[in-house]
Design a protein around this ligand. Structure first.
Ligand code: AMP
Length: 140
């Protein structure tokens, strides 16, 4: 399977479509998932193209996982969460719907179930507020 340069995350990286940005560095970008399964649901992606974990260059994992950890800690703090779920899907059979490698960061609270994957589009004002909360936690 090859990389499609017109996937939605590639368009976000090129600035062709907007996102609610949470964090960016030389190698990675993090932004709010528009169909959040939990409040604070954030996606962390590498800037280098790869379809998913299976075809990615392992040399990019250090920077990518450092950003996942950074965003996970900030999202946990911002939402007063008790835990953080990290999810990553490879190919349609495993639930992948956007074909640019990404990690889901989901703040979790005891007894609060996740909403459905790729479920309902969230209000953009709410997503902007959630992104601001996580950015504030990142700035410490
Ligand atoms: P996956 O099924 O792991 O490929 O997840 C793709 C995720 O991207 C889903 O959780 C979608 O809600 C999310 N998503 C789709 N389009 C956008 C977008 N334009 N901006 C942010 N998140 C998106």
């Amino acid at each position: 399977m090859s990389y499609d340069t017109n996937n939605i995350f590639a368009k976000i990286l090129r600035g062709e479509i907007p996102c609610h940005k949470v964090y960016e560095d030389e190698h990675t970008l993090a932004f709010m998932d528009v169909m959040p399964q939990a409040d604070g649901h954030t996606l962390v992606i590498p800037k280098i193209p790869s379809r998913n974990l299976l075809d990615a260059d392992p040399k990019e994992f250090g920077a990518l996982m450092a950003s996942v950890q950074k965003v996970a800690n900030a999202a946990k703090q911002a939402f007063g969460a008790e835990g953080v779920l990290i999810q990553q899907f490879n190919e349609p059979a495993a639930g992948q719907t956007v074909f640019h490698l990404h990690f889901h960061v989901l703040p979790r609270h005891e007894g609060v179930p996740l909403r459905p994957h790729s479920g309902k589009m969230a209000d953009h004002g709410m997503l902007a507020g959630h992104a601001a909360k996580i950015r504030a936690a990142l700035e410490g």
